[in-house]
Ligand binder design. Structure first.
Ligand code: FAD
Ligand code: NAI
Length: 467
């Protein structure tokens, strides 16, 4: 039986990053993955393919609708959907292949198959052909991720009622797409298909979109995406979805408890994800899980069994690739005897629609709920030279700061390249900058980042310069 210092279960961004850091720190490391390629949800059926389709569909949309304004006459813009899908697959393949290289470079032993605990220090790996091997390990990191969830009355047949996984590889562009759930997946994939010509209706249970972000972002995104043609039905709780031939009928109840029906050729179910712990052998081992099936961990991300850790989507917290990565590094360094730290409040959330939305730190609702004495500042993209240059004038930056000390507490952005801009906000939070600190720093002109400087100026109580 092969012996390892550490075995990592699952090769998503949590697992593969943990394995790399463990190997860098001198541990003999194995990575077990049941899927034929490495990279987990993120690389195979999540972040990477969805962003590839978002980028391609944005080019298509711009060519059709915005090139004229730039003085570019492009006639007969046509969609080659098989090619668009193929490009997405190529990007996924290249990214997954890159991981094989990284595993080799770091001398990580990759074992292909489903891993199950035999006991605390022994894991059996069974491959597709049912061939078994058993490995011995001192420590284990569980990074088995998540899978799409559904709701009562909605059975994903994966043909007409689909999850994000099928939506990323559809044979045809839907004519009428009903999306259940106005969270990140619903808005991102809804945007992809709207840009490609589908009629998209988003049915959301709550009175707001992307409910994890500051409320102002959901409102602004709804306003902008509505202009792009997406229809929203908030305060609608979906009760059932029924397939008949090539169509799907979705029934929801609105605020007045009235039934509302939606008809489409496809229905995308994007109502969240649940932890994946199938056949891991957790029960036998006595690893505790919570009422949502997430593996319980302490402040060191160690489970109820000493020596077994868990990270990423399979534990509590935001289901984000970069959160899983931070946790992977944290556990590796903890096992190596170092003193790592994660500040969960400075992990950003991003929505990759166009324009993008990004958020980090406290939301205004959270500060209000705590009766916190805060000041706020904002700056609209339409007052920004850079935004006018590219004609991306929608959105704003909003800054929340401590009224007394001026320490930045939260930054919330809707606007062009918000996903990249939020990195400056993370630095501000991590270094506990004041809004005046950032307002006094030079920001290159013309850039979208100037909106952050201007919003910070506004938050200090001085007036912004260009609004
Ligand atoms: P996963 O990536 O889910 O990886 C878990 C791996 O473990 C899988 O490969 C699985 O096959 C394997 N596994 C499970 N059980 C076993 C076992 N017993 N033995 C062996 N292997 C096993 N996040 C972002 O931050 N940015 C984004 O833009 C973004 N876009 C997304 C788009 C979509 C459509 C989806 C669905 C998700 C997106 N996410 C995004 C979320 C992100 O993909 C997840 O948060 C991230 O992948 C979680 O990483 P993980 O390592 O915890 O688990
Ligand atoms: P989500 O939690 O973002 O959104 C689900 C939405 O469905 C919620 O708004 C919820 O109110 C709604 N809903 C639930 N039940 C409903 C019902 N009966 N009727 C109508 N609406 C209902 O989950 P989503 O979009 O499925 O994404 C899953 C995870 O994937 C997220 O947690 C996210 O972290 C991750 N992800 C991250 C991305 C990013 O970082 N850009 C992109 C895509 C996914």
């Amino acid at each position: 039986m092969k012996k390892y210092d550490i075995v990592v279960l699952g090769s998503g961004p949590g697992g593969y990053v943990a394995a790399i850091r463990c190997a860098q720190l001198g541990m003999k490391t194995a990575l077990i993955e049941r899927y034929p390629t490495l990279g987990g949800t993120c690389l195979n059926v999540g972040c990477i393919p969805s962003k590839a389709l978002l980028d391609s569909s944005e080019h298509f949309y711009n060519a059709k609708h915005n090139f004229d304004d730039h003085g570019i006459k492009a006639q007969k813009i046509e969609l080659d959907w098989p090619r668009m899908r193929q490009r997405k697959d190529e990007v996924v393949r290249q990214t997954c292949d890159g991981l094989i290289y990284l595993m080799k470079k770091n001398k990580i032993n990759v074992l292909n198959g489903h891993g199950t605990f035999k006991d605390k220090n022994t894991i059996t790996v069974k491959d597709k052909a049912n061939a078994k091997q058993t490995v011995n390990t001192k420590y284990t990191i569980i990074a088995t991720g998540s899978k799409p969830s559904s709701i009562t009355g909605v059975n994903c047949d994966k043909k007409r009622i689909i999850t994000s996984t099928e939506a990323l590889s559809m044979r045809e562009v839907p004519q009428n797409l009903i999306v259940i759930g106005g969270g990140v997946i619903g808005l991102e994939l809804g945007s992809v298909f709207k840009r490609l010509g589908s009629n998209v209706k988003i049915v959301e249970y709550l009175d707001r979109l992307v409910s994890g972000m500051d409320i102002s972002l959901g409102k602004e995104i709804q306003r902008i995406l509505k202009k792009q043609g997406i229809e929203f039905f908030l305060n609608h709780s979906v009760q059932k979805a029924v397939v008949s031939g090539k169509s799907v009928e979705v029934t929801a109840k609105n605020k007045k408890d009235k039934e509302v029906k939606f008809k489409g050729d496809y229905c995308l179910v994007s109502v969240g994800r649940s932890p994946y712990t199938d056949n891991l052998g957790l029960q036998k081992l006595g690893v505790n899980v919570d009422d949502q099936g997430r593996i319980k961990v302490n402040e060191n991300l160690e489970t109820s069994i000493p020596g077994i850790y868990a990270i990423g989507d399979v534990i509590k917290g935001a289901m984000l690739a970069h959160k899983a990565e931070e946790e992977g590094v944290f556990v590796a360094e903890k096992i190596a005897g170092q003193k790592p730290h994660i500040n969960y409040k400075s992990i950003p959330e991003v929505l990759y629609t166009w324009p993008e939305a990004a958020s980090v730190g406290f939301t205004e609702e959270e500060l209000k709920a705590e009766n916190y004495n805060y000041s706020s500042g904002s700056f609209p993209f339409k007052a920004l030279g850079r935004a006018r240059v590219s004609m991306d004038t929608e959105g704003f930056v909003k800054v929340l700061a401590d009224k007394e000390t001026d320490e930045v507490l939260g930054i919330h952005i809707v606007g062009a390249r918000a996903a990249d801009l939020i990195a400056e906000a993370v630095v501000a939070l991590e270094y506990r900058a004041s809004s005046e600190d950032i307002a006094r720093m030079s920001h290159a002109h013309p850039t979208y980042a100037e909106a952050i400087k201007e919003a910070m100026l506004d938050a200090t109580g001085k007036r912004s310069l260009h609004n």
